[in-house]
Design a protein around this ligand. Structure first.
Ligand code: URA
Length: 411
């Protein structure tokens, strides 16, 4: 293989064969193709794009660059969802135990917060003792016991993506639909899935700003999933307003506990049920019952316990992660709440310390917002719009000033 000729072909808008893409990824993973050549190829892909066949070949090559979870033939159906990320998007924590109660296995490999969007692993780590890093041997041992688990990427899972994602991050080649597709799908399909639902979000609190962009990414993801033999569906959802009533790690887990006990909030429960229906064989009525009668809550507690978390802490997270300042933000006029901008709120929550501005930043599990009002609700001047949980009065005031720029109340 003459790597410069392959880069040249892609640079000039030509197509690479599946064999050529496979050989490039094998060489890159083995350290035989240097970063400078992969950077050039990634930039050529960024500008020239890839056909559906090329994107599928890239995802397939990255998927097989490491180990793929391999489940016994008689094992229950394996299902999962992938969300492209948003503000207050905590659906995974409710969805995984719900689907496990319905008889599926959910070997959920999740990520950390990226930009202003929250990450499942960061949220789970607000539960004292909870271990997100399980080895492959532990995953094989645990899943048959619980039916669901939520862990980070293991050392040998998709090593090509680990290398390539880090390289894309520093070469301005992240926002490329074929590269994003191959990165996401290689990691999800390494779970050994039968069915996958993709929750692609658009709006101020999402990576994709418009519905059209979300649609383009969704089509690419579903095409690759189906080509690689996994029944894949998609839900395109609006992320101009945060999901649920809380944003921030421990505050979101607290809200999930509420939802797992069948106590809403309604928008979170609706998204969870939509996603669950897309991959389950159970009806919406069955799934709603599981959520309302305590089975999903019991399953979540079992998963927390098996992954080392302190179950008795789940209903006390607000006290365990107490902050010195809880500030109520009030409506400055009467009317109807027209806008609570997810992007603006996400940035405020990140600045409070719930997210990272660089990979090495620590996460503060306690800070964030809760009791957020939803758009369309009537308000009176002086009503509480939301509560800000902060480390200092100054931080809370700054967050309030920022959030105020994303709020609209009108007649
Ligand atoms: N998330 C991923 O896992 N990969 C990307 O390329 C973008 C988002």
């Amino acid at each position: 293989m003459h790597i410069p000729s392959l880069i040249e072909r892609k640079r000039d808008g030509g197509e690479l064969s599946a064999e050529e893409i496979g050989a490039l990824i094998t060489a890159y993973t083995a350290g035989e193709m240097p970063d400078y050549q992969m950077s050039a190829l990634a930039m050529a892909i960024f500008f020239r794009g890839m056909t559906g066949e090329e994107t599928t070949a890239l995802a397939d090559a990255m998927l097989h660059s490491g180990s793929v979870l391999n489940w016994p033939a008689h094992a229950p159906m394996r299902v999962d969802k992938h969300s492209t990320g948003g503000i207050g998007d905590k659906t995974s924590l409710v969805l995984a135990p719900l689907l496990a109660c319905d008889g599926a296995w959910v070997p959920m490999i999740s990520g950390r917060g990226l930009g202003i969007t929250g990450g499942t692993l960061d949220k789970l780590e607000s539960i004292p003792g909870f271990r997100t890093q399980l080895s492959e041997a532990e995953i094989y041992k645990t899943l048959p016991i619980t039916g669901c688990l939520m862990v980070g990427q293991t050392a040998n899972l998709c090593p090509a993506d680990k290398k390539l994602y880090a390289l894309r991050d520093v070469t301005a080649t992240v926002p490329s639909i074929p590269l994003i597709t191959a990165s996401i799908m290689s990691k999800k399909l390494a779970e050994g899935l039968d069915r996958l639902i993709l929750d692609v979000k658009f709006g101020s609190g999402a990576f994709m700003q418009t519905r059209e962009e979300a649609h383009e990414l969704a089509t690419s993801l579903v095409t690759v999933g189906r080509a690689l033999g996994v029944r894949s569906g998609v839900r395109i959802s609006d992320m101009n307003e945060p999901t649920g009533e809380a944003a921030g790690n421990a505050l979101e887990v607290t809200e999930c506990v509420r939802c797992l006990k069948g106590e809403g909030p309604p928008d979170l429960e609706a998204i969870v049920l939509d996603l669950a229906c897309a991959v389950s064989i159970g009806s919406r009525a069955d799934l709603t019952k599981i959520l309302r009668d305590g089975r999903a809550w019991a399953k979540f507690q079992q998963m927390v316990q098996v992954q080392g978390g302190r179950v008795e802490a789940l209903e006390k997270l607000a006290t365990l992660h107490r902050v010195p300042v809880i500030r109520e933000m009030k409506a400055d006029r009467s009317g109807v709440l027209r806008k609570l901008d997810a992007g603006v709120l996400g940035r405020a929550v990140l600045e409070l310390g719930a997210g990272r501005t660089k990979a090495s930043d620590p996460i503060d599990p306690a800070v964030g917002v809760d009791q957020m009002r939803k758009t369309g609700q009537p308000l009176r001047a002086g009503d509480t719009l939301l509560r800000i949980h902060a480390r200092s009065q100054a931080a809370a005031e700054l967050a309030e000033q920022r959030i105020a720029t994303g709020i609209e109340i009108s007649d």
